[in-house]
Design a protein around this ligand. Structure first.
Ligand code: MF3
Ligand code: CO
Ligand code: CO
Length: 263
């Protein structure tokens, strides 16, 4: 079933939730340094989300499927070859040269804002620098497809094309998703596909685009904790995510950070 466009009131609440989610990523950047644990990053984000901006961290106790244990932390921290859904841990100490994706979802007044970005711990390798940049370009090219009458397959197609042109691969097992009063809703936004296929976009829809791009092969494995997704070949993976509103003449990036310019 295609996603129902939001009401004007719902859209305004999505704007607020999106802005607040973005502020978490802006706040945490200075804490991503060698020697910090991902557990410490989780604690700082949790306290800021709950006490600083009066929101609920959506990942805490969340499950996709009934046989999956509830997610035990407030953010996802995915380091190096971890593709997504990394669980913050006191045993995971960041070191010079690591890459980390921090994925934040907040609930404000019943509505969700979902966004993630890549951080470098100290100076990146040449490969990490290129993978992270190309992955962000994949997100931005996907966003530029968004307008009423476009299809979800248009988004996937430009993402896949840009990744492959740079000899990287696209993870297929996870995609973007409709979002609003629910965390994960219709439509599914695949990060590969053919133009003109999939769901037709309408003004008022809100969904995420969140490409996961691998330096090696696309295949992934889930660890015994039933959450952590890693590349099978243990090569590097990167991801960036925004929550997008379809507007009458294009898109609005609800989780835009101050450092970004979409005009
Ligand atoms: N934020 C992730 C997404 O982009 C979902 C994380 S679910 C969690 O869809 F439970 F792991 F937090
Ligand atoms: Co998401
Ligand atoms: Co997310």
């Amino acid at each position: 079933m295609p996603a129902k466009p939001n009401t004007a009131e719902g859209i305004e609440k999505m704007r607020v939730a999106g802005r607040l989610a973005a502020s978490v990523l802006e706040m945490i950047g200075e804490h991503v340094v060698p020697g910090v644990t991902t557990e410490e990053l989780d604690r700082i984000c949790h306290d800021y989300i709950v006490d600083g901006i009066d929101c609920i961290p959506a990942p805490l106790n969340y499950t996709f499927a009934s046989e999956q244990p509830p997610f035990p932390k407030s953010i996802c921290t995915s380091v190096n070859h971890v593709v997504c859904h990394g669980i913050p841990s006191e045993r995971k100490v960041l070191k010079q040269g690591d890459t980390i994706n921090i994925d934040v979802t907040v609930i404000k007044d019943g509505y969700h804002g979902d966004t993630s970005k890549m951080y470098f711990v100290g100076k990146p390798t040449v490969l990490a620098d290129r993978l992270v940049r190309i992955t962000q370009e994949c997100l931005y090219e996907g966003i530029r497809q968004v307008r009423p009458g476009a299809h979800t397959g248009d988004i996937g197609h430009v993402i896949e094309t840009h990744a492959h042109a740079n000899r990287f691969s696209v993870v297929r097992e996870f995609g973007g998703h409709g979002i609003g009063a629910r965390f994960h809703d219709e439509p599914q936004i695949l990060h590969y596909g053919r133009p003109g296929t999939g769901v037709r976009l309408e003004a008022g829809m809100t969904f995420t685009i969140e490409p996961m791009i691998n330096a090696g092969r696309r295949h992934v494995r889930i660890l015994p904790d039933r959450w952590t997704v890693v590349t099978k070949d243990h090569k590097l993976s990167a991801q960036w995510e925004h929550t997008i509103l379809v507007t009458p003449d294009g898109y609005e990036v609800l989780t835009r950070r101050g450092e970004e310019d979409f005009t």
